[in-house]
Design a protein around this ligand. Sequence first.
Ligand code: IMP
Length: 434
Amino acid sequence: MANVVILGTQWGDEGKGKIVDLIADRFDVVARAQGGHNAGHTVRIGDKKFILKLIPSGILRPGKKVVIGNGVVIDPAALLLEIETLEEAGVEVAGNVFISNRAHVIFPYHRMMEKATEQTPGKVRIGTTSRGIGPSYEDKVGRRGIRLADMLNGDTFREQFQANAVEKNLLAKALQIEETWDFDAIYDEYLGFAERLRPYVCDTAVYLQDALRGGKRVLFEGAQGTMLDIDHGTYPFVTSSNATAGGVCTGLGVSPVHVDAVFGIVKAYVTRVGGGPFQTEAEGDAAQRLRDQGGEYGSVTGRPRRCGWFDVPLLRYSNTINSFASLIVTKLDVLDGLETIPVCTAYRYKGEVLKGMPALSDVLEAVEPVYDERPGWQGATAGVTDYDALPEGAKDYLRFLSDQVDVEIGAISTGPERDETILMPDSTLAKLLK
Ligand code: IMP
């Protein structure tokens, strides 16, 4: 009985949503460990399309249980809206969604703080999603955060909230925030949220432990991507949580002994949203072509994604941190028709080829990618479901990537639909999904 982790290997938006949706039927529980409503993927129910940001898409499969772990930060208004939208679409939410009592809560002042700090002159602009994610994690680590368990306990909540109100007012003055907020109104509103969320809240670590002991299969779904990880990503241009394999254990209270394998989702090219180094960023028409063909606009913020070429050193580093059993390559079809495809195989800095991934973002900004121009292919990979039916050039491209990072390819996604996927029958992925 395998429990597996699915992670983004680059800067997020690798197409985890489709893959999780595709394989969720082989699992009993889908659990999410970190991030907040900064993540998001579009899902379709019948002819309706909407974006799930907090609730794992496994909820769309009848009978599946989904868990939002302690490592996630929760905006109750966003979460309740998702619950309502799902219920309106006929999805059974009650009894299927389990939310950690230890998850921290996002308040309106977190968003305002974020806006103010992002605009502070002289501060490095991260280009965040403006959802209050970072400030909420700051309060968590600063030991003044408010968790769902606290919010559900009237006395604790009032005291904590008042202490926060005093502090945030001082901060607002120091940051010259003009906007005022009505703490009493926020408090009352959040008391209402607490009551509506109460039926879903529990100790999800215990819930998962019982599920695992009972032989249930759990799919651990990452949010964002490895290079956005607070510890291992392109700091400070990162999100505020651990988007790597370790985050699954701390963000859900699950021991690593329960994880059988980690699978990495790899886009056939690279994108990033927000600021920060992007070693293989393409420019002009080349970037626009990838953006148009790949529909590379943020699902949460609608921002155009920065687009560029496959980065082998980045994926090697991502593999160092996560130890992938197989890679799942997505959006291969976006490269259809290109004459040649640049693949970065090394970084050069001040004339020297670098070993490993520089820790300094200034160095990453300055590295010169060493490109291997791979031949493209003329036939279409779009919609192909059988590896043998891929054009030879596409097979070469995939083999090259896999050899460069020394990790097998477990699956290839050739389009947005569930069945537009090739599963490699001899891969660890295929074996563990049996
Ligand atoms: P935050 O997570 O809103 O604090 O944003 C920090 C950085 O992470 C910004 O560059 C965001 O664009 C990026 N980011 C956060 N969530 C996602 C995601 O789901 N996909 C891609 N980028 C993300």
